[in-house]
Design a protein around this ligand. Sequence first.
Ligand SMILES: [Zn+2]
Length: 399
Amino acid sequence: MLTEFGSQDQNTIKYNNTKMVLNIIRTASGISRSEIARMTGMSPTSATRIVSDLQEMGLVKETTTSTSGGVGRKAVLLDINAESFHCAGIDISQKELLIGIVNFRGTILSTHTERIRRDPQDGITMARQIHDMYKKVLAKSYIPESSVKAVGIGTIGTVDIKSGTVLYADLLQWSNVPIRRYAEDLFGIPVSVDNEVKCALLGEIRAGNISENDDTVYITFGRGIGGAIYNNGSLVRGISNYAGEIGHAIVDYSDGRLCPCGRRGCSAAYLSEERIISKIKEVAPRISSIDELMSSFQKGEAWAIPQVERICDYISIVLSNTICYLNPANIIMGGSLIDKHPFLFDLSTAKYNNTCYEPLRISTKFKQSVLKSNSTLAGSALMAIEDYLNRRLTDLITL
Ligand SMILES: [Zn+2]
């Protein structure tokens, strides 16, 4: 038994050290073996051995040599082998599907988007549509299918990440849909599934919008209102992966507007695009889209100004409540409402600054999404990349 425990510990140490070195190389994009040894505290021999393992696996390569001022000694640097494998990332929203092929570095090489063919659409039919789209995006990217090692799906709704089941998604009319099983049957490679805002937050971190060390909340304002929380280097999931469902936090009980969830006063009842438009039609029946409303506001049409001001009031309440609960370093605001109409970001944060609880006023930085409509795709692909790397490293230690 002692031997078994001993060997297990050795394997765990080897796995963790290899992963640490790989992550350093991924972040640095050009680093020497001696610098890796210095950063990890390993001996140069150990660092070199781990780098050799990663080179043999095809994940790491030596890059062009660099010189100091053109006359110094040449140094061999290490970088990831970005095209050593590829993954697919998928974003399932209420009306549209987006798929992309990314390389090991997470760079999006090609994308394809389609409207969901039927509304509502059952899980098997959607998995088939996604797989059709996969064939199309592969053809566009010129990446051979054999190079794609894993798939990540970011979907609206609440997800059981262990089984890859969508437990509940009101906007898709889904309840207990095993989307991972459906997708794996078609793709024939491992599939990971998580909530779309949680994926989007990971995508934003990878894109460098915020530091991995910063506690951050990502809030999306669009067809629905979603949130994801990042604390101490990982996503906060709560007891059933519902943490961040800010769309159903109550922001106004006075007139109790009905939410798609069947309750009254949720932020989604005031801020989801469909609910905004249905309210606007009471004062401006000719308006049928958010774009028209925002255009009227920017032209200074008198009826539109209080309507948009009220939207920003509710956004500022969502921000204020989030900050009171979590006191994060950053709040990233994204989703189609903010991405397409960035002046809403400025108006809402200005309102927040006038109304928030004073001790908390300056502690949180507000940022806009940098990846915008690609954030969930990038994050879901990243989830697939991590899944594939974990499998490769597990294989390495069990050799
Ligand atoms: Zn609700």
